[in-house]
Write a protein that binds this ligand. Structure first.
Ligand code: SF4
Length: 387
């Protein structure tokens, strides 16, 4: 094992657990996640397989964050959530463990909210995407804004004090006014956290096919740029702090689970398509529900890809992930992980982009300026070429 890897391992102080629930009621037209509709009959066999993997991978470990994502974890019935709760009851966690579950409007009920609260979930992430019902229908969502709002208030009533809302901008037919209204409608509900991403047309989605046929009308570049600017100005004026390229939170409510990814921390992943990173190894599980159940039932490894990070891989990831944070990366942390000063490797590129007004170094931290954040891909690819 490389010496840098030893130094990496000695520094582990937080550990996340990601659990993937790959079921959805209906596939949204923009979605390329490992999520499947029409597979309800596989939920219980899937949970049985998950129980085995979780038991094997979490034994002897203590988790600082748990994140149940999907797919749509709230697609599970109350009875199935109780099974999941039983599986997780044996997982050791820190006292202040952040425990998030993703939910989608349209399949959250009072009873399910009660089960989640009882199993220790203390953070909910709800996918809304837009408050405009026509747009919601046009992107294949199964709910209206009103249903979202009712679900949000019901979760509040059930006791949840930490709720994130996901928004996507740049949707087909979306105008700047419609998007501004979405931001206002969401902010009115006073969530603790908002994630706001621009629509990316991914392969293997309905939108990809429609774009190739020229039947997908997206906002033009200027409108999308204006939307991007509006996110930060509007949310900051409403009291949210931008702490990552696409994430905004009220003070004290940043997502600790995701922060661990951005800070190059370690995490275990369970379930179909789950990724994990421990001891310098990246592992990725088989993507299909059927394949996952089969491999776990036959005691085989569900991982279809295992990759040992080279020093260069890790430097790249440390920079790519860490520079997404508004506060940037710690130069001391870089040095202690990679036994080399960042300026000895990237000095020329860093000085050039500092001169361009895209990067700043303040004390121990290097971060993007506001202008640099917009051009982050350009700066990061320059850095990577140097590794
Ligand atoms: S609900 Fe989420 S995971 Fe499911 S299809 Fe829609 S975007 Fe994808």
């Amino acid at each position: 094992m490389h010496s840098w890897l030893y130094s990496r391992l000695s520094r582990v102080d937080r550990l996340g657990l990601y659990i993937h629930i790959p079921f959805c009621e209906k596939k949204c037209y923009y979605c390329d996640f490992a999520s499947y509709s029409g597979k309800r009959a596989l939920v219980v066999p899937y949970l049985n397989a998950l129980a085995k993997e979780i038991e094997a991978k979490t034994r002897g470990r203590c988790f600082d964050t748990i994140f149940i994502g999907g797919g749509t974890p709230s697609y599970l019935s109350s009875e199935e959530l109780v099974i999941l709760s039983g599986i997780l009851s044996g997982v050791s966690r820190t006292e202040e463990c952040e425990f998030t579950m993703e939910c989608n409007p349209g399949n959250i009920t009072k009873e399910k909210a009660k089960v989640l609260w009882g199993m220790g979930v203390n953070r909910i992430s709800i996918g809304l995407q837009s408050s405009n019902d026509t747009l919601l229908m046009d992107i294949g969502r199964i709910h209206t804004f009103r249903e979202f709002r009712d679900n949000f208030l019901m979760l509040r009533e059930a006791g949840f004090k930490n709720i994130n809302v996901d928004i996507i901008y740049g949707l087909p037919g979306e105008t700047l006014e419609i998007f501004g209204k979405t931001l206002d409608d969401v902010a009115m509900l006073e969530p603790e956290h908002i994630s706001c991403y621009s629509l990316i047309i991914e392969e293997n989605t309905q939108f990809y096919v429609r774009r190739r046929r020229d039947t997908l009308i997206l906002p033009d570049e200027d409108t999308e740029d204006a939307m991007k600017d509006l996110v930060t100005s509007r949310l900051e004026s409403l009291g949210f702090l931008r702490y990552e390229i696409s994430n905004y939170a009220r003070e004290g409510f940043e997502c600790r689970h995701n922060r661990n990814y951005w800070e190059f921390g370690e995490y275990i992943g369970c379930g179909a398509a789950a990724h994990e990173f421990t001891g310098g190894l990246r592992r990725e599980n088989i993507r299909t529900v059927e394949g996952y159940i089969r491999s776990i039932e036959s005691d085989s490894d569900a991982a279809v890809r295992v990759h040992e990070n080279s020093r260069e891989d890790s430097i790249e990831e440390f920079l790519f992930m860490g520079m997404r944070l508004v506060e940037g990366i710690s130069l001391n942390s870089f040095k202690s992980r990679f036994s080399e000063d960042i300026m000895d490797i990237f000095g020329d590129v860093i000085r050039r982009h500092m001169g361009d007004g895209l990067l700043v170094i303040e004390g121990d931290r290097m971060r993007f300026t506001e202008k640099g954040m917009d051009l982050s891909n350009h700066v990061l690819s320059d850095l990577i070429l140097t590794v």
